[in-house]
Ligand binder design. Structure first.
Ligand code: JD8
Length: 284
């Protein structure tokens, strides 16, 4: 996979050379290009921003440097095969989810455009759509000062799904937030996971749940699903509601395979966790 990043803070992406992603880049499984937007300015002050038309606070990023930068970067890898997918992080974008991460991980070439100030002139995305696929996404309902942190987050979520990036100890197969079938649609599909434990068995008079030491894998799997159901009911009732109503993901992304269903044991656990799950309740 090829990932190009355009930003006014190229040094922000030093972290891409460490940990699993750094090793994958060393192996050549992923190739990164980090480009300074100011390389596509032509004035002595290397200006990338200007005041907003219509007034208002802050500054907006000028279209010209972006147009030239995207033309140049998109021509760098041009050749057979699908062109790049341009991903623009913005608080106004569609919610970035595990499903996006899985879909982007299947792309041969991603370009990320990192905005700053009040954002990028709106014509840049429209212009880019004339020559490549463009998606505007948000990593969450809070305001960052720019797109760079969002690109670091998305790059980690995407690259850990690439073959060989996760050590064999880890696997993305059972990721939370998956949705049945396809990638990361394992047993915990649609749920967040419960707590995990390791040695020592007792710590500060706190014991590890005995079932985990039992060797009874069926009982362990059942215990893990129950704790995932309880934690999901407590922290993410929206996910339980989605599971109960079989409603497609809110992010409009095609659900791969059949949405996981809840069996009577699951419903009993959710009821005990205070989540109304009898058929009728949910229907109304
Ligand atoms: C890109 C500029 C800052 C945003 C005025 C603060 C994503 N989940 C997210 N929260 N914030 C961003 C994000 C913020 C950005 C840019 C992404 C470019 N800003 C702006 C509008 C209000 N300042 C994001 N993904």
């Amino acid at each position: 996979m090829r990932i190009d990043i355009i930003t006014i803070f190229p040094e922000y992406f030093g972290p891409l050379s460490v940990s699993l992603i750094g090793k994958a880049a060393e192996r050549g499984d992923i190739s990164f290009g980090v480009h300074d937007l100011r390389n596509w300015t032509h004035d002595v002050h290397r200006t990338v921003d200007d005041s907003p038309f219509g007034g208002g606070p802050g500054m907006v990023m000028k279209p010209e440097p972006w147009g030239e930068a995207l033309d140049a970067v998109a021509s760098m890898g041009a050749g057979p095969g699908a062109g790049p997918l341009l991903v623009i992080p913005t608080p106004t974008g569609v919610p970035f989810t595990q499903r996006h991460a899985a879909r982007y991980a299947a792309e041969p070439w991603l370009i990320f455009a990192c905005g700053r100030y009040e954002g990028i002139d709106g014509r840049v995305a429209d212009e880019a759509r004339s020559s490549m696929r463009v998606e505007e996404v948000s990593i969450g309902d809070y305001v960052l000062a720019g797109g760079e942190p969002a690109v670091l987050v998305m790059t980690e979520a995407i690259c850990r799904l690439l073959p060989g990036v996760l050590g064999n100890a880890e696997s993305a197969a059972d990721d939370s937030f998956g949705f049945g079938g396809g990638s990361s649609g394992g047993r915990m599909a649609g749920l967040v996971e419960g707590p995990a434990y390791t040695r020592p068995r007792a710590w500060r008079d706190r014991e590890v749940p005995a079932v985990l030491l039992s060797g009874d894998h069926r009982a362990i799997a059942r215990w893990r699903r129950d704790s995932a159901l309880r934690r999901t009911a407590q922290n993410r009732p929206d996910l339980v509601f989605r599971l109960l109503t079989g409603s497609a993901a809110a992010d409009g992304e095609e659900a791969a395979g059949e949405p996981p269903r809840l069996d009577d044991h699951d419903r009993a656990v959710l009821t005990e966790a205070g989540f109304p799950v009898t058929g009728e309740d949910v229907a109304h």
